[in-house]
Design a protein around this ligand. Structure first.
Ligand SMILES: Cc1cc2nc3c(=O)[nH]c(=O)nc-3n(C[C@H](O)[C@H](O)[C@H](O)COP(=O)(O)OP(=O)(O)OC[C@H]3O[C@@H](n4cnc5c(N)ncnc54)[C@H](O)[C@@H]3O)c2cc1C
Length: 510
């Protein structure tokens, strides 16, 4: 980058609109925040999104897999996340996964069925775990429908890029944005930064940190694409019958792209989506974004030819189905909140009185038992009236890879929306909000189970206690013996295994 600078002249800009709650970013976190705020009674919400659709990484980045929503027999991740499944199930080909009621089932036929279609990947070997894959186009439509149902409360602004928070001392009063109409402002009582990269928090004076380090899952970008014209079931069969050839195929594909990539089943048999992990890329840098986009696309035809040559019976008629409209990112800058989640939060496990989401991770340390995510993890330090749910949640470099998956983004987004509605209704602030009230609305009205909340059936906690919080695993025992999970529980690495990332507990990671 050039060292030259230019002084931009000061200018007066129009106020485009005013609202109670402004959500910037319409990904899984931001969309859920807007919907939850409206359902909690807020009538004056704006949802601003830089692209022309909601869903972010999920719909635009083609991240189709929503894993680990249950622990043994109980589904903990409910609320809006479960609603995606319930709504999409009515549409053929839009979603695949076992019904939540099947969680914990040890029926070998059921396990075989769901393992084979890849609907609920990450099924632990001996039991069904509720999880599902979605079709990104159908989810895009459904997310619009959800907003349209709440159109009396939510005004959607697509193609608008939030650039800068309007700060008065340490209090956020709104956001400046850019669009084809030029540079304008929106004034708001509460701003929810759901940009995923802490775009607004970074400019607000709130402390943030970066996840970009060489062996962290969060420092990998992706450009996902889909290959059609073949049967994914036939490919899975081929892989299980020819494990050595399958390994050679993976290695060959890795060489073509120069980074790891793996074909994964979607909700229908007609295509596979090629997930990929491009290490040491910062999705908030122009050069890395460009390299991700162009570098991937330049190789896709070659990859297709390689599949056809390596496995002609399956891929004879295969073709490039489509390429995700936006690059995918697993993380970049994240907030340093009033609580920073660490692996000890689930190794011990910690109770948080301000718990607003009770979510399974994809870690084997605690056998994916749900952990308590506190309100303070979406509450940036040093600034008032900004909340930051989603993949830039406050967590250390080890924990972040486990708490920024789609379910946690939806869950923290939903909680942020309810909190914002309560703040507006009560005239409080993000730091003085009545968190008990937020929890009661989530658990009592929005189908979100929360620990120790009177609206939540005690069987949720009983299930956790009965199964020892999942802490019967060897890594958990080691962590507890060391009195610290960090040494035992290392972060994800890009340098071992084949096809997917693994952590040193041997756990695969999306
Ligand atoms: C390739 C890949 C595979 C993954 N695999 C899985 C998986 O299998 N399962 C899983 O659960 N998770 C997976 N993840 C992680 C998961 O997809 C994301 O962490 C999650 O979807 C992030 O949701 P979010 O709403 O926080 O952020 P995003 O989805 O990034 O949403 C942010 C939204 O804000 C918008 N935006 C950004 N900046 C601005 C701005 N300044 N102004 C206006 N709008 C803005 C963006 O356009 C976007 O719509 C994967 C991620 C990737 C990239």
């Amino acid at each position: 980058m050039s060292a030259k600078t230019y002084i931009e002249p000061q200018t007066t800009i129009p106020v485009y609109d005013e609202c109670d709650v402004l959500v910037v970013g319409g990904g899984s976190a931001g969309h859920s925040a807007a919907v939850a705020a409206a359902r909690a009674g807020c009538k004056n919400i704006i949802l601003m999104e830089r692209y022309g659709y909601c869903g972010g990484d999920v719909t635009g980045g083609y991240v189709l897999l929503i894993p680990n929503l249950s622990f043994h027999e109980k589904t903990y991740v409910r609320g809006i996340q479960e609603e995606w499944f319930t709504r999409l199930k009515k549409i053929p080909g839009a979603v695949a996964g076992p019904d939540p009621e099947l969680a914990g089932s040890q029926d070998p036929l059921l396990i075989k069925h769901w393992a084979a279609v890849g609907g609920a990947t990450f099924i632990p070997p001996a039991k069904i775990c509720f999880g599902f894959t979605v079709d990104p186009t159908q989810l895009k439509i459904e997310m619009d429908i959800m907003l349209d149902e709440l159109k009396n409360s939510i005004r959607v602004m697509y193609h608008s890029w939030g650039c800068r928070p309007i700060m008065e001392n340490n209090t956020c009063k709104g956001v400046i944005f850019e669009s084809k109409e030029g540079r304008k402002a929106i004034l708001a009582k509460v701003v929810i930064d759901a940009t995923g990269d802490a775009d607004l928090c970074r400019l607000s004076g709130a402390p943030t940190s970066s996840a970009i380090d060489d062996d962290c899952r969060c420092s990998s970008t992706a450009l996902v694409y889909r290959i059609g014209g073949f049967s994914m079931k036939a490919f899975s069969k081929w892989r299980s019958e020819h494990p050595d050839d399958a390994r050679t195929l993976m290695a060959g594909l890795g060489k073509i792209h120069g980074f790891r990539n793996a074909m994964i089943a979607g909700p229908t048999d007609e295509y596979g989506w090629v997930n990929n992990w491009q290490p040491n890329r910062d999705c908030s840098l122009i050069a890395d974004q460009t390299a991700t986009e162009m570098g991937t696309r330049l190789k896709i035809r070659q990859v297709l030819d390689y599949y056809k040559a390596a496995c002609p019976d399956v891929f004879e008629n295969a073709f490039i189905y489509d390429i995700a409209p936006q690059l995918g990112t697993r993380g970049s800058h994240r907030i340093v909140g009033e609580h920073v989640i660490g692996a000890n939060d689930w190794a011990f496990p910690k109770e948080h009185e301000d718990c607003i989401a009770w979510h399974c991770t994809v870690d084997t340390l605690n056998d994916n038992a749900p952990i308590e995510i506190p309100y303070r993890a979406i509450l940036p330090q040093k600034v008032e009236n900004i909340l930051a749910p989603g993949r830039h949640i406050s967590a250390d470099r080890i924990a972040i890879d486990n708490v920024n998956l789609i379910p946690q983004c939806v869950g923290t987004g939903q909680a942020a929306g309810v909190a914002a509605a309560v703040i507006v209704a009560d005239g409080s602030t993000t730091h003085t909000v009545n968190v008990s009230k937020v929890q009661d609305i989530l658990a009592g009205e929005q189908n979100v189970p929360l620990p120790r909340n009177s609206h939540t059936d005690p069987s949720y906690m009983e299930n956790l206690v009965e199964h020892e919080y999942g802490l019967y695993t060897e890594p958990a025992k080691k962590a507890r013996a060391n009195n610290d999970a960090a040494g035992t529980y290392r972060h994800w690495t890009l340098s071992s295994g084949s096809g997917a990332q693994q952590n040193n507990n041997g756990n695969n990671m999306p």
